[in-house]
Design a protein around this ligand. Sequence first.
Ligand code: TUI
Length: 311
Amino acid sequence: MKTIKSRICELTGITYPIFQGGMSWISEARLAAAVSNAGGLGIISAMNADASYLSSQIKLCRELTDKPFGVNILLLSPYVDDVARVVREERIPVVTTGAGTPGKYMEGWLRAGVRVIPVVASVALAKRLEKMGASAVIAEGAEAGGHVGELNTMALVPQVCDALSIPVVAAGGIADGRGIAAAFMLGAEGVQCGTRFLAALECQIHPVYKQKIIEATDSDTIVTGKKLGHPVRALKTPFTRKFAQLENSQDFTQADADSFGAGALRRAAQEGDAVNGCYMAGQSAGLVKKIQSAQDIILEMMQQATALLKL
Ligand code: TUI
């Protein structure tokens, strides 16, 4: 299979410049190992769990693959200090971060030889992180699922590329080889996909979640939580409709949002709860048509991208 060589492949030791996004309750060791074994970068999500959860996931992933893989740190996690230390002690080759600024952890990671690739949603943060020693950044547009910024991928990626010297990975709305080819045309040197990997055979989420992704059309996602400063994109379901309604009421507070939202992603991913689950997904859900192995997803995407780029 042809690939597109880039600095991202050299930096991370992967064959194909495709990262699997670190998704809470979704990106665990078996999915990450399958993606890494297929030549991409599998990423374990440390999510809101403690250090012992992450340590056991790293151990399992190492049993399943001898290829490089990454860990994603959710900067909103109550255990962020502990999981940041695990990444350092385990000398994980690549750490990605989301939903905040990883500043205070960077020095420790860099000293341990960990390559730091933060997710950014603006040029300003990307520039700051380059100065602090980031090896690359993931520029994620608002087409993405989960916590999203303001700018869309098409506008964000080339502006981040222009502002930085380090390589840029594009994310948000990319689910096939056309998306990869487009991202490289914008100056990116890799892509990160989340939604497409929800339909991977090795992804351990509830079958109801996978079915909803496969059935989703272009207009089936919605962003809620904007008013409280935590915008999240997910599939339109009874949960998101109710959330949207609640947040429109005058006296809706962060505490209300927290109690309503608590456990909603877990209810989707583990229980397939169609009423009270929150099915985070990107706008590319409409492009995802079938369940396939991680290897087939990566090879199909690369074949399409290299043909389009006439490589
Ligand atoms: O982090 C994500 N996506 C996520 S995190 C998440 S966990 C969650 N669960 C329930 C409710 C709310 C969140 C679900 N999805 N993507 C990476 C990402 N990071 N997208 C945008 C950003 C971002 C935004 C602002 C990164 C930095 C940032 O900077 C603000 C600052 O601190 O300067």
